[in-house]
Design a protein around this ligand. Structure first.
Ligand code: PEP
Ligand code: MG
Length: 571
């Protein structure tokens, strides 16, 4: 039995057996063979298994993420049936008397190199497809497991070094009971997605892949950040009980689902949810969300082989707006970069992706991509209560340029005869310290602020949000952060605008009393945090919390802040 401490990333308890998700070893020896026909047969067997797996993954993706995301697997299936690829592999086996592994690898690489260097995006995408499917076929030739979360059909806990956001999107809640990783933090996007999917998760354990073997029993405690491999019977009993208590607690929270969020002294604040796909809206409504405070549109662009079309985006935005009725929906424009990559854009690798060419920076340069999204959003605006928000704004010029493009597209669409809502609020995420510092100037031009603490903390503390080694510096309650937040809220109110927060801090039980006292108007969080937050806010007095403001802002350390709040709120 081993006990491992990590970062609690998504609450709940999972008990199941270990499923290791890791890149397989695909190294092989190049051999001469006596009977090439046998190799051709092996090749076809590997191709057939790969095809049937891809069919299953395609069906699963269609159900969980929709037709558009499943298209990539149709492209992969086409590659596997393409005689222009398969015939040369067979020819090589027969003419050179080599094994299937060598013929596959060398032929595929020849095509990949050829396509990759073409000045044609379509052909470059084909190179990526060939690369992906060759790995799967190679794994079958070598008889090594090619792990695939979408193919899991028994209850497991996933153990991995890291999970990418697109791995996470593939997880089937019915079988994947939890996950735990070596790296990552509470605000890594895979952790954020685990919360939307309501899958318990512990990340940043540093060593779980060294401690847990395939099929061993494992407990993931996403409430306190503990992982236990090979638990004793006593530990199993304890955690079964903890799981039952958590379920009971959830039923208590659920009683507040249709209640407004009102503090003990009668102030209403808005509790909204962060979503990644139209499918997440169901969870928002089931958890009593009063709006969507952040729709991360990146997921429309990920796990695909090409950019989503205007029509496809229009469909997704319209669906979210319609499902939410007259409740506000804040849609954030594309924030790709950082830990969210788009292979098909073929952007050069960067040394510091979180400080690099991401989000609005990319959109302003690739305005073809940006304008397509803006058009889809504007067209969808008549289907609900839409607000548009630009991510990673560092300067007023960036905001003005983005807003200008939005206005231009609006005019064009109107000339084309489209109906566009006339009261779409346009705001920014405040996630760069420079912007928080001059929030006064921004507040004159934007309609609202949404404070993105996930990034604001990493940039203010100079501590990568993905790096568990420096997670001790990732301090939401550091007075430096509180002063920046206060500056943003005061600036908004001075200009009669509203200030929200869509970073994970908005759903945190220590932060909630502080933010209430600072005057935050809207709290946007993972849907599952809404009811615990509403329960907590019911017992808090805004006036009392506001009276602590100056004291909190002048404290020296995060620990002092935490101790003070715990004492005042009996936590
Ligand atoms: C943030 O930075 O706080 C935020 C909400 O955006 P993301 O987590 O997608 O970077
Ligand atoms: Mg951010």
């Amino acid at each position: 039995m081993s006990h491992i401490k990590g970062i609690a990333a998504s609450s709940g308890i999972a008990i199941a057996k270990v499923y290791r998700l890791e890149a397989p070893d695909l190294s092989y020896n190049k051999n001469n063979v006596d009977v090439p026909e046998d190799e051709v047969k092996r090749l076809h067997e590997a191709l057939d298994i790969s095809k049937s797996e891809l069919e299953k993954i395609k069906e699963h993706t269609k159900k969980s993420l929709g037709d558009e995301h499943a298209e990539i697997f149709s492209a992969h299936l086409l590659v596997l049936s393409d005689p222009e690829l398969i015939q040369p592999i067979e020819d090589k086996i027969k003419s050179e008397n080599v094994n299937a592994e060598a013929a596959l690898d060398e032929t595929a690489n020849m095509f990949i190199d050829m396509f990759k260097n073409m000045d044609n995006e379509y052909m470059r995408e084909r190179a990526a497809d060939i690369q992906d499917v060759t790995k799967r076929v190679m794994a079958h030739l070598l008889d090594v497991t090619f792990p695939d979360p979408a193919l899991i059909n028994e209850e497991v806990v996933i153990v991995a070094d890291d999970l990418t956001p697109s791995d996470t999107a593939q997880l089937n809640k019915q079988y994947v009971k939890g996950f735990t990783t070596d790296i990552g933090g509470r605000t890594s996007h895979s952790a954020i997605m685990a919360r939307s999917l309501e899958i318990p998760a512990v990340v940043g354990t540093k060593e779980i892949t060294r401690k847990a073997e395939k099929d061993e029993k494992i407990i993931v405690d996403g409430i306190d950040g503990d992982v236990i491999v090979n638990p004793t019977q006593e530990e199993l009993d304890t955690y079964q009980q903890k799981m039952a208590d958590f379920e009971k607690q959830k039923q208590e929270w659920a009683k507040l689902k249709d209640e407004p969020t009102v503090t003990a002294d009668g102030t209403h604040v808005e509790l909204a949810a962060n979503i990644g796909t139209p499918d997440d809206v169901e969870g928002v409504l089931n958890n009593g969300g009063e709006g969507v405070g952040l729709y991360r549109t990146e997921f429309l662009y990920m796990g695909k082989s090409q950019l989503p079309t205007e029509e496809e985006q229009f469909g997704a935005y319209k669906s979210v707006l319609e499902q939410m009725g007259d409740k506000p929906v804040v849609v954030r424009t594309l924030d790709i970069g950082g830990d969210k990559e788009l292979d098909y854009l073929d952007l050069p690798k960067e040394l510091n992706p979180f400080l690099g060419f991401r989000a609005i920076r990319l959109c302003l340069e690739r305005d073809d991509i940006f304008r397509t999204q803006l058009r889809a959003l504007l067209r969808a605006s008549v289907h609900g209560n839409l607000k548009i928000m630009f991510p990673m704004i560092a300067t007023l010029e960036e905001f003005r340029e983005a807003k200008n493009m939005l206005d231009e597209e609006k005019l064009k669409l109107k000339e084309e005869g489209h109906d566009i809502s006339d009261d779409i609020e346009v705001g920014i995420m405040v996630e760069i310290p420079a912007t928080a510092m001059i929030a006064r100037q921004f507040a004159k031009e934007v309609d609202f602020f949404s404070i993105g603490t996930n990034d604001l903390i990493q940039y203010t503390m100079a501590a990568d949000r993905m790096n568990e080694r420096v997670s001790y510096l990732y301090q939401p309650y550091n007075p430096a952060i509180l002063n920046l937040i206060n500056n943003v809220i005061e600036a908004a109110h001075a200009e009669g605008k509203w200030a929200g927060m869509c970073g994970e801090m908005a759903g945190d039980s220590i932060a909630i009393p502080i933010l209430l006292g600072l005057g935050l108007d809207e709290f946007s969080m993972s849907a599952t945090s809404i009811l615990p937050a509403r329960t907590q806010l019911k017992d808090l007095s805004k006036e009392e919390m506001a009276s602590y403001k100056e004291n909190l802002l002048s404290m020296g350390t995060a620990d002092e802040v935490v101790a003070f709040i715990k004492e005042k709120t009996n936590q």
